[in-house]
Design a protein around this ligand. Sequence first.
Ligand SMILES: [Zn+2]
Length: 495
Amino acid sequence: MHRFAIIAALLFTFIGIAPAQAQFNPFGGLQQQLDEQRRRMEQSLREMDAKSREMQDRMRNLPGTPFGNNNPPASAMADNEPEQTSGLRLSRGSITHSNGESVLVRDEEGNDVIGRLHVSVGETRVVLMPDGRLKTFSIDETRETDRPFVPMEMDAIEAKLLRDPKLAGFKTIRSRRFLYLYNSSELFIRSSRTILESMYPAVRRYFERSGIDVHEPELPLVVIAFATDEEFQEYRRMPSGVVAYYDSETNASLIYERSALSTHAPEIAVKNAISTIAHEGAHQILHNIGVQQRLSKWPLWLSEGLAEFYAPTSVQKGIRWSGLGSSNQLRMMEISRDWEDKKPRGSGSTIRRITSADELDSLDYAYAWGLIHMLSRRHQKELFACILDCSKRRPLEGIEGLSVPVESPSEMFTKHFGEDYGDTEQEMNKHLLSLNYVDPVKNQTHYLVISGSSVSLTSSPEMVKDLRRRSAGRFQVRTFPNRTLAERAMAAITR
Ligand SMILES: [Zn+2]
C-alpha cells in the first residue's frame, strides 16, 4: 500500500525574534509568510486526503477496479484512463482459485510464454507472467499446458524494464534478491539497498516463527527509484501526495527521492524517504515469501501496522535499518503530538476506529504501528495466529462486488484479541509510554541566525539562505545539534 506524504507543516521549526526593532525588522512579514505557507501546506494536506478518499470511492464503485483501498494496484485507475493498457480489468462473475496451473499466453511483445494462473473471475483469468507481473486475459486467450512456469532471471527482467522508454537511461544495481533501477542519487539507492538487504532476513525469520510456511522469493524484487516527484508521476499517475507504493500488480516498489520537505527539513526528509522504502519493502517482502497472497485483502490495521513495524531506520552513524521492533520515532512523534492535544484516556475509541477502518490517515498509521508494536511484544502468540489466519486469504477474496464477504477488519481483530477495546488501548498507551522516544524534529540540526539586530532559529537550511539574501548588515549563523541547545543560545543572546 502506498504511503501518503506526511507533509511537514509541523516538521520544521522557525522562530524569529527581533527584540524592540519591529519597525526596522528586516524580516518583516516573514513570520506571516511562514504562517501562510503552513496554512497552504495544511490546506494541500486536506485536499490530498479528500482526493485519496474520492479515488478510493471511485475504485470501490467501479466494476473493473475491485480493490477498494486495500492494495490498489497502481493501475487500478485504468478505467478512468483508457490510454493506459496495463490495468487489471476483471469481468464480474464467480471467483475460481488456482492450483498453480500453467497456461500458455501471449505477452505484450507478441511472444508465446508460459504463465501461471493466479485466479479466475467470470470470463477473466489473472495470470502471473514470467517477469512477475499479473496480467488479465479472457479465457479464450489462454490455453492450458503441462509445461512448467519458469520465472525470468534478474538479467532478463532488467533488460525488459530498461526497454521501457520511461526508464531509458536508468542505472541499475543489485543485491541478492533485489534489483534496483534508478535515476535518484547514489546515496539514496545505496542506502535503500543496505536497508532492504538487512531487513529481509529478519522479516523472514520473524514470519518463520509465526508458523507460516515461508519461502525464498521466486522472482527478483524490483525497486524503481526516481529522482523527483514529476518523474515518478510521469511513470505512472498516482493521486498527488503519494510518495511511494508497492504495486501488487507489477510486484515492484516505486519511490521518489526528493520531496517538498527536503528544502525545509532535510534531515527529516531523508529519514522519511528511507523509512518509506523500508515500509514499501516490507509489503513487497510479505507478498513474495508466502505471507500475503497477491491481490488478497487484509485488514489495513494489520497490513499497514506490520509495514510500519519494519520501517524504522536510523540516520545516525550512517543510514541503516534500526532492527526489528525498534521504535518508530516518526510515528511516536505523531502520537505524542496527538497526546499533547488530548490526554490519552484509553477509552478504546482509537483502537475501535483503527481496527474497523477501510482507510487510514497519517495519525491512524501511527496508531496501527503502535498497536502492532504492543501486540508483537505482549501478545505475540495471538498476533501470529491472526497473521496466519490472514495469510490464508486468497486473491480477490473478500473484495466487495466480486467475492462472498469475509470477516471484516474489526471482526478479524476481535476474533484474535477480544472485544475489550478499552483494555487493549490502555495496554497500548502504557506500552508506548515505556518506549524510548527522541523527538526527531527537536533533534534536527538547528541554525541560529543573527542578522543585523534580529535573531532567528530555524531547522531549514533553505531558510538560512533566504535570511542571508535579505540581510543587509551583520550576518552570522551558528549550528546546534538540537533545538534545546539552540534555544538556550538564543535566550542568552536575546536576554
Ligand atoms: Zn503501506
